[in-house]
Design a binder for this molecule. Structure first.
Ligand SMILES: [Zn+2]
Ligand SMILES: [Zn+2]
Length: 271
C-alpha cells in the first residue's frame, strides 16, 4: 500500500489542476490511494480567512462532487480516492466551534490538524496574547500542538514544525527547543497521536522535510505513528519526494506507516 494523505483542489483558491489530474499523477507514481484534504470550508472571517485560503461552507457539495469525479477516474486507474479535510489547530476554542460544526456535520475519511501560524488571525492572536519574541512564540506553538493531540480531534498532525518557514520566526535547530519538542512528542506517544511526514518542506523555507529529521528521529524512537503527505497544491506535486522520505524513515528504523479510511487507521508496511 502506497498512499498520499495530503493534497488540495482549486476549491481552496490557491491550488492548481483538476482533481482527476492528481489521480493520473498518483497512478503514474505507483500509488494505491490518495486522500484529498482541502482546507476546511468556513465562512470568511478575520480568524481563519476566506477565499484564497479556503472554500466557503456552502461549497462543500462542490468538494464532494470534485472528489467523486476523481474517485471515478481513480477506479479506472487502480487508485482509491478518499475525501479528507485539513482542519485548523487554533488556540481560541470559541473560534474552533464553527469548525467543529463542519467536522460533525460531514463524514470525512481523514482529518488533518494544521497550525497555520502564518495566517493573519493567528498572528493577531499572538499579539493580543503578548507573545512577541521568537522563543515565546515557538514554545507556544509546540504547546498548542500538544493540546491538539490531547483534543483527539485530528487523525494526524500536519507538518508539525511548519513554523520554521514563512518567515514569521527565524529558523531554529530542533535542539534549541529540545525540551518543548520532546514534551509534545511524549504527549503524542502517550496518546498514540499520529504525526505527518510532510514532504513539501523539501521545496521551500529551509528545504527540509517536516518535521525536521532530528524531530523525526525523536518521534521514531518513541514509536509515534506516522502518515505520509505531499501537501500537493498542483498535480505534479503528488507523492513528491516520497522515495527520499521512505529512505529517511527506513534509516530511522521505521518499518510501518499509517493509512486511513473512514477515520480508521491501518498499519501498512513502508514498502
Ligand atoms: Zn494550502
Ligand atoms: Zn495542506
Amino acid at each position: 500500500m502506497r498512499a498520499d494523505h495530503h493534497m488540495h483542489t482549486p476549491l481552496c483558491g490557491h491550488a492548481l489542476g483538476e482533481p482527476e489530474e492528481y489521480v493520473e499523477v498518483a497512478a503514474q507514481r505507483g500509488l494505491d490511494r490518495i486522500i484529498f484534504t482541502c482546507h476546511i470550508p468556513l465562512e470568511p472571517d478575520e480568524v481563519f480567512g476566506g477565499p484564497g485560503i479556503r472554500m466557503r461552507r456552502s461549497q462543500l457539495p462542490e468538494y464532494r462532487a470534485a472528489v467523486e469525479r476523481a474517485r471515478r477516474r481513480g477506479e479506472a486507474l487502480g487508485v482509491e480516492v478518499l475525501r479528507g479535510i485539513e482542519a485548523e489547530i487554533f488556540p481560541d476554542t470559541d473560534a474552533l466551534q464553527r469548525m467543529d460544526e463542519v467536522l460533525a456535520a460531514e463524514e470525512f475519511d481523514f482529518v488533518l490538524g494544521s497550525q497555520h501560524h502564518q495566517l493573519d488571525g493567528y498572528r493577531h492572536y499572538l499579539q493580543a496574547a503578548g507573545l512577541h519574541e521568537d522563543p515565546a512564540i515557538i514554545r507556544f506553538y509546540f504547546a498548542e500542538l500538544a493540546e491538539a493531540a490531547r483534543s483527539g480531534r485530528y487523525d494526524s498532525l500536519a507538518h508539525p514544525d511548519v513554523i520554521q518557514i514563512y518567515g514569521t520566526v527565524e529558523p531554529f535547530h530542533p535542539e534549541d527547543y529540545r525540551h518543548e519538542i520532546l514534551t509534545f512528542l511524549d504527549t503524542c506517544a502517550e496518546l498514540g497521536q499520529p504525526l505527518e511526514v510532510n514532504t513539501s518542506g523539501w521545496n521551500k523555507g529551509i528545504h527540509q522535510v517536516h518535521p525536521h529529521p532530528v524531530v523525526l528521529s525523536w518521534a521514531a524512537e518513541r514509536g509515534i505513528p506516522l502518515t505520509l503527505g505531499s501537501d500537493a497544491h498542483a498535480p505534479g506535486q503528488v507523492a513528491q519526494h516520497f522515495p527520499r522520505a521512505r529512505a529517511l524513515l527506513r534509516s530511522l528504523g521505521v518499518e510501518e506507516v499509517l493509512t486511513f479510511r473512514r477515520r480508521q487507521p491501518e498499519r501498512v508496511p513502508l514498502d
